[in-house]
Ligand binder design. Structure first.
Ligand SMILES: [Zn+2]
Length: 292
């Protein structure tokens, strides 16, 4: 009978492959170019051809692109509720937070830092005087320390988005999850010592009770969202202007007082959309970085 950890590993590897397919178009992780160096330095990384314990891998073959939550069907995001304040109080999966808890709206940008795109969204936010929350992937934070420092220096809030965006992170053991999240925090703190990391978002929003518990042990609240324009879903919304139009429409249609809005900073169409959305949002809502 196989050990439970072996079963989990097999599952993880399978999903890792799947995730790489779904997130086509995302830039390949730079870490993949130097696996032996990265792994050797930490002593935990398996060889790329034989991944053994996904949460400890330091050089994923999977881009950290956004993945669809398994429970969300294609199509426009559902409204948060008929109540304008509902987003402030509703709970997300496994007890994660689904609203800001006030009338303020929090914009969240996932899967960076990305050297080609994150500076553009940071420029836009700065030009509009808006602070947001950035959910960083660990190996990318390791590879882009200057961007991590810029995010912090410009007053945005940090959120841990796991080391390499494993969609089934919640199925690993608590120790493996703890290692993954701690490794991510360590990479962020190597770039920005002492910066508060008070939030965690599960890859794909796939929160489980153990994920939420481990994140809490590490001092992080788990944040879901209640506005999701699905800016990664090219198959449904296309690219270029159709996607830009869709993102603008979805955010304008569903954002309410208290909303947490999910977006991805490594998407050119998302950046184009926010060029129009930020003035629109500012005129209607108080936009905040999640409080630290
Ligand atoms: Zn993500």
């Amino acid at each position: 009978m196989p050990r439970p950890s072996a079963v989990v590993t097999a599952l993880a590897v399978g999903l890792l492959v799947l995730a790489g397919c779904v997130s086509s178009g995302s830039p390949a992780p730079r870490a993949a170019g130097s696996p032996s160096t990265a792994a050797g330095r930490r002593g935990t990384g398996p060889s790329p051809s034989r991944p053994a314990r996904p949460s400890k891998s330091t050089s994923p073959s999977e881009p950290a692109g956004p993945q669809p939550p398994k429970t969300t069907p294609p199509g426009p995001p559902p409204p948060s509720s008929g109540s304008p304040r509902a987003g402030a109080t509703r709970r997300g999966p496994a007890g994660s937070i689904k609203g800001t808890g006030s009338d303020a709206v929090a914009l969240t940008f996932d899967d960076g830092p990305d050297p080609g795109h994150t500076p553009q969204i940071l420029d836009l936010l700065k030009a509009n005087g808006v602070k947001a929350t950035f959910c960083l992937v660990g190996f990318r934070a390791r590879d882009e320390p200057d961007l991590v420092r810029r995010i912090v220096a410009e007053g945005h809030t940090l959120c841990n988005h796991s080391w390499q965006h494993l969609l089934n992170l919640g199925q690993l053991t608590p120790d493996e999850i703890r290692h993954d999240l701690q490794q991510t925090n360590d990479a962020i703190h190597a770039a920005a010592p002492g910066a508060p990391i008070k939030y965690f978002r599960a890859p794909g929003g796939n929160f489980t009770p153990v994920l939420v518990d481990v994140a809490r042990e590490l001092g992080m609240r788990s944040i879901h969202w209640n506005v999701d324009p699905r800016d990664w879903d090219r198959a449904t919304y296309g690219t270029g202007q159709p996607m830009v139009n869709h993102i603008i429409w979805a955010v304008q249609r569903y954002t309410r007082p208290g909303s947490i809005v999910l977006s991805h900073d490594a998407k050119p169409d998302t950046i184009a959309a926010y060029g129009q959305l930020l003035p629109w949002l500012k005129a209607r809502f108080t936009l905040i970085p999640l409080p630290t």
